[in-house]
Ligand binder design. Structure first.
Ligand code: ATP
Ligand code: MG
Length: 399
């Protein structure tokens, strides 16, 4: 290991999780573990207290570390700060050191003194540092209302942190703090976004992909793997469960009223999801359904389809417009994968006129035409698990 840069440190601010008074420690520990996991293999040292995390780093890894931090939920904001002893002389020396390195037109100094033992009160100290800066740099002005540069000085018990710019983190709760959900991940645009948004609420996800080989291709599966990889950049481990759905789908198509095949297919998916949620110790089903988007996502369709399970079904994009969903997909870098043209099991079997207002009685009559319970048991015993790995190399060439 090369020497870690002791002079600078990344300060992490928690934001929303600090409002969870009772759970605060649990949340902070989870965030600490998640950050540590993400930074594996990089040269850094991390410490935490109840209001901040402090990451010392080797300069050569700074960019990589910041990129990882931009993918960790639970971080409200962060900054790269200079660190000195909480000693007046040391602070002033550091200010003089950095002055030649930065451009200033207008500025102000903002001091926060969380260590009340520090001998000078905050406003007084800001004034003192302000005049030090004015004395040592020419052609600059104080502007307390709209300064171009702010000298933030955070005085804590042992150390003081000085920084100029603060960046927004991606917010939310640390992944894992809300337990596990199973995401129905198709190759489409909506479901990866649903996965991202549910992870943002702290849900640990595993993914389920319904596959209908030979009607769908290995390329379609690889596309789903690729999407799960993108989600993994925001989470911990992800298992992708591949459900062999061909037999049941063919049986639906052969036995049931064509108008109802999609409704019944989705009822079967939900039945299988319920069993998988129990099998893998999850609590909820998550999917990319969006109200009104297609025939199976009208409110009446949702009612009839959802009635096969009592589990909560989380639909993070239910109320978003397609354009809003697309803009999130672009931000999380899944859009370009999602639009690759491979068939999904739903699109292969789409009837010309799917029912828009399905009736529950009719579904039950249609479903009695074949022994789906046996098929579902058989499917559950033949799930394939793919562990999604974090290494880019394992992944290249899959598409
Ligand atoms: P997306 O909604 O992700 O863009 P899509 O439009 O192909 O994909 P829909 O037919 O709208 O999918 O299905 C709604 C939701 O059902 C999806 O968002 C996804 O959560 C789930 N789903 C559909 N097909 C599959 C599949 N083959 N495997 C897993 N989940 C699926
Ligand atoms: Mg959709």
């Amino acid at each position: 290991m090369e020497k870690i840069d002791m002079n600078r440190v990344i300060l992490i601010k928690y934001g929303e999780l600090t409002t969870k008074k009772d759970n605060r420690k649990v949340f902070i520990n989870a965030l600490y573990n998640n950050i540590s996991n993400k930074l594996k293999g990089l040269d850094y040292h991390i410490e935490k207290d109840l209001s901040r995390m402090y990451i010392e780093f080797n300069e050569k890894d700074l960019e990589k570390i910041l990129d990882k931090i931009n993918h960790v939920f639970g971080i409200h904001a962060y900054t790269v700060a200079y660190k000195v002893n909480s000693d007046i002389k040391d602070i002033e020396e550091l200010i003089l050191d950095v002055l030649p390195k930065i451009e200033i037109e207008t500025f102000k100094v903002e001091t926060k003194r969380s260590d009340k033992l520090f001998p000078i009160e905050s406003t007084e100290f800001s004034k003192r540092i302000g005049s030090l800066i004015l004395k040592n740099k020419h052609n600059i002005k104080v502007d307390v209302h709209h300064p171009k540069t702010v000298f933030h000085i955070e005085i804590r018990k042992d150390y003081t942190y000085i920084y100029f710019e603060e960046y927004m983190g991606i917010g939310g709760y640390p992944v894992g703090t809300q337990g596990k959900g199973l995401l129905m991940l198709s190759g489409g645009i909506d479901s990866p976004v649903a996965g991202y948004l549910s992870m943002k609420r702290g849900i640990n996800i595993d993914c389920v992909y319904f596959e209908a080989i030979p009607h769908t291709s290995i390329e379609a599966r690889n596309k789903v793997i690729e999407l799960a990889k993108k989600l993994l950049t925001y989470g911990n481990n992800i298992n992708l469960y591949v459900v062999p759905f061909t037999e049941i789908q063919e049986a639906i198509y052969k036995n049931c009223d064509k108008e109802y095949v999609i409704t019944i297919m989705r009822r079967m998916m939900y039945r299988i999801m319920e069993k998988l949620v129990h099998k893998y110790n999850a609590h909820v089903i998550i999917n990319g359904e969006s109200i009104g988007q297609v025939a199976s996502q009208t409110l009446t369709s949702m009612e009839v389809i959802n009635s096969v399970t009592n589990l909560p079904v989380i639909r993070p994009v239910a109320c978003l417009d397609k354009l809003e969903i697309i803009s999130i997909a672009e931000k999380i870098d899944t859009y370009n994968i999602s639009i690759l043209p491979y068939e999904d099991c739903c699109t292969v079997f789409v009837p010309r006129h799917p029912v828009i207002n399905p009736k529950l009685d009719k579904c039950i009559i249609e479903e009695e035409k074949f022994d789906y319970n046996m098929m579902i048991d058989n499917i559950i015993n033949n799930i394939m698990t793919i562990k999604i790995l974090d290494k880019q190399d394992d992944y290249d060439g899959l598409l």
